[in-house]
Ligand binder design. Sequence first.
Ligand code: SF4
Length: 350
Amino acid sequence: MAQMFKTGEFADLFSAERGGTDAADCSSDSKYDAAPALLSKEESKIYYTHIHLPSMVRLEACTLCQLRCAGCGVQKGGNDGLGRGYLTIENFTRFCDMNPFVRRIELSNYGEIFLNPDLVKIMHHAKKKGILLSAHNGSNFNTVSDEQMLALVETGFRSISLSIDGASQQTYSKYRIGGDFDRVIENIRKLLALKKEAGSEYPELSWQFILMEHNELDIGKAKELAAELGIPIRFKYNWDPSYKPIHREYIMRETGLGELTVAESRANHKFDPYEFFCYQIFFTPQINWDGRLLGCSRNRYATFDVNVFEVGLAKALRSPGYIAAKECLLRCIRTKRSTETASASAARSV
Ligand code: SF4
């Protein structure tokens, strides 16, 4: 049976083995071959992420937003740790040049990516470099210029998850305050028409509908509209613990969901629904729009004292604080502690 690490061993082993070798050169270095024998399968994966650089990262395109969604930290000052701003084309170009091993970038997190004035240039530069972009975390899709629409299709932008929690203006705007349901649907139709005209399957669109008490009865109508548009719809339970489903049987029947709250999910599954975020620090690290390394996409509180735009990703991911944070996080995951903001607590503790 594989040995498990004791506290500190993980970092010790890594620092003894890494010997200052440049990360890009490490993939074929046989001196690391001894590592898996010491590790469990999961830890072995984590060990190798110290050596193999991620081919996918999460790089926030914009922390500005035009809506005032009821539960969003953007409006309540909860995201102040991220600052308000956007990824510039200069920083994006520099990032691509410094980190040629990155092949996929997720641009959305906190904020609305289409408010980034450099987005068209970013899309074209990514295409030139052969990097795939996505906005899978979500876009409210209220404000999308014709130029942006065209660039989405021309550059083969991979996928966009559309955040639409309702099937009418009345329902939608209860949570998405300031949002215009009809405009969102019109924008979707415009993009679908451009895709058709170009004969392109990209960007793939999907509709994300978060369940709330006030929108439960819009589920059927939303399904019909999604079918008419020809895009998949995904119903998601609400992470707000105060959500109490009213029409439980109807929702389960219409959405196919097996659980409707976080508490139910925790009870039904071995893994905490928040836990997958914790793996981002190892496999798909989150970087803020200004280059500060965040670790995971839930972290909006504390950053590691390193800027990816200045030192490059290889050096940033190997900074002592980040390695110590991975170690700390590994302990959190092991002890199955709820780790909603594990990257933040890991960042603070180093
Ligand atoms: S659209 Fe997204 S970022 Fe904007 S206020 Fe709503 S939840 Fe926040």
